[in-house]
Write a protein of this length. Structure first.
Ligand code: GDP
Ligand code: MG
Length: 448
């Protein structure tokens, strides 16, 4: 599936120090193949990979992320953007009931969704009315009634008997919908959800019926309900409904069974209409407000890695890191100010302790971070802040009287000051050795 494919692609990148244009193109090829296999529409794949390539080539070098991680980050951001960026809330009518009409192919999950949506809105204090405007299938009205009962929401249906007599005496769904609107106003329902008929394939009669219902009820939202397992037909179906009825939003159903994830990416990009909700099972509660970022995480299935990347970026002050690296290579003297700033970074990293083993190159720092004692940092800060700038830059001048002045200024013992100076000197030695020998900096400050 898509997430497995992308994951293995990114694994190949993870060990790399720097990405060449060829690396990026190889990765893009893999992403393109994975997306096409996941039934993402061709033009969508083209846009998507084009954006990623451009951004990956121009990516700034980050102190916190290796190039492979940067590509993951870019792919994630582009996925979110193609899925609509932010979630878009349901639009409500300014006066009178909010009218929501559902449209889509037979079996897409409209009737099931009607119940879930009613249940969801009821939970928000709304008083929904469900309307059975699918008079196509003999059992459709009854199905909605069952769904309504389960959700504890009333159902407006045509006079009993009409549908039970089957195909020959079908009621008129447009009339039913109009009647339902009157009923909703009289009974002061705050929301009306209109369930409509679908066919197995797109057809003209069905489209006209849906368009007529739309005209009759003037909905605030027309939600196009689409089975996320529909595959490459997603784009053609969505386009047909957009032209035939037009819709204001999309609902993805059967996401519980969607192993490919292609429909979600294609429909939003091709129609430009936001995805509002997702249906993830047959039960009333298997329903969610659609969040593009969560869906992107699901497609990538790399939630843990993405969280890690976010935290690493936050914890790691890039400028500071660059400044330190520069100092080390020049072999300049390491000062107490540097020492303190390293300890502070260590503290930031403490908050991501558990995940550290996953970050390439950082495994060796893990032990130090695990032993990190926050009180120690507080003491160190107090002591260093009681020093004059000259003392911080050149600790060699710290004689006995200076040390006792610093101890009383910071509320510490002279022995605390001594132990800090000792640890600093150890760190300084290590920094000097590194400036000569190179290699990954060990975080000093936890030697004592
Ligand atoms: P409609 O023809 O568009 O009204 O579709 P239905 O609501 O009758 O749903 C068709 C079938 O899909 C039913 O068996 C539903 O139980 C099932 N279904 C609907 N939504 C979901 C979903 O999100 N997940 C799963 N697994 N099944 C669903
Ligand atoms: Mg139905």
């Amino acid at each position: 599936n898509l997430s497995d494919r992308l994951t293995s692609t990114f694994k190949g990148l993870r060990g790399k120090g720097r990405l060449t244009e060829a690396d990026i193109d190889g990765t893009i090829r893999e992403i393109r193949r994975a997306l096409l296999d996941a039934d993402v529409a061709v033009p969508v794949v083209r846009t998507f990979t084009g954006n990623i390539r451009e951004r990956a080539l121009g990516a700034e070098v980050s102190g916190a992320l290796n190039p492979g991680e940067q590509v993951v980050k870019i792919v994630n951001e582009e996925l979110i953007s193609i899925l609509g960026g932010e979630s878009r809330p349901l639009r409500h009518a300014k006066t009178g009931p909010t009218v929501i009409m559902l449209a889509g192919l037979q079996g897409a999950g409209k009737t099931t969704l009607a119940g879930k949506l009613a249940h969801h809105l009821k939970g928000q204090g709304q008083t929904p009315l469900l309307v059975a405007a699918d008079l196509q299938r003999p059992n459709a009205v009854n199905q909605l009634q069952v769904v309504g009962e389960r959700a504890g929401v009333p159902v407006f249906a045509p006079e009993p008997g009409v549908t039970r007599e089957g195909e020959r005496q079908r009621g008129n769904p447009v009339k039913v919908a109009k009647k339902a609107m009157k009923e909703a106003e009289q009974r002061q329902h705050s929301v009306v959800i209109v369930d409509t008929a679908g066919r197995l394939g797109v057809d003209a009669e069905l489209m006209k019926q849906a368009a007529d219902i739309r005209k009759a009820v003037e909905p605030d939202e027309v939600l196009f309900v689409i089975d996320s397992m529909i595959g490459q037909d997603a784009v053609a179906t969505a386009t047909a409904f957009q032209e035939g009825v037009d819709f204001t939003g999309v609902v993805l159903t059967k996401l519980d069974g969607d192993t490919r994830g292609g429909a979600a990416l294609s429909v939003r990009e091709v129609t430009g209409r936001p995805i509002l909700f997702a249906s993830t099972g047959e039960k009333l509660d298997d329903f969610e407000v659609f969040h593009p970022d969560r869906m992107a995480g699901r497609i990538l299935d790399m939630g843990d890695i993405l969280t890690l990347i976010e935290q690493a970026e936050k914890a790691f002050d890039q400028e500071e890191a660059a400044r330190m690296a520069d100092k080390v290579t020049k072999g300049e003297d390491f000062t107490l100010t540097d020492f303190l700033s390293q300890m502070q970074q260590l503290k930031n990293m403490g908050s991501m302790k558990k995940m550290l083993g996953m970050l390439p190159g950082m495994g060796q720092m893990r032990e130090q971070i695990e032993n990190f004692d926050e009180r120690e940092l507080v003491r160190t800060e107090a002591i260093i802040q009681s020093m004059t700038p000259a003392e911080r830059d050149n600790p060699k001048i710290l004689n006995g009287s200076r040390r006792s002045r610093i101890a009383s200024g910071s509320g510490m013992q002279v022995s605390d000051v001594n132990s800090l100076v000792k640890r600093f000197e150890d760190a300084q030695k290590m920094m000097r050795a590194m400036a000569k020998g190179g290699g990954m900096p060990q975080m000093p400050g936890q030697g004592g």
